[in-house]
Design a protein. Sequence first.
Length: 115
Amino acid sequence: MRDTVQAWLKAQARAILQERLDVLGTRSAVPCKSWALSSARSRWGSCTQDGHILLNWRLVHFPLAVIDYVVAHELAHLKELNHSPRFWRQVAHLLPGFEAARDRIKGEDISALPL
């Protein structure tokens, strides 16, 4: 049962994250070359220097505003691979008013989520 539910949640996450990457990606100057689901127990997302984004499938447990923040955060890393003021301006360009969603997920413990 656990594996079936987890597979379903991952499929939902894949569809939602792809949609959000498409929507927010239209605002980005740098396109996402590829992305994949992650099962990391310590990160919501990551971005490599070559433009590959990983997004944690457990984001499916959160409201769309939080999902959009994590997606915008990783898309911003395509342009700025750091957390400089320019990076945060890019996040704000992609998702104005991102701060509430950032604050919402900041204290969450990934390992405490179901499955």
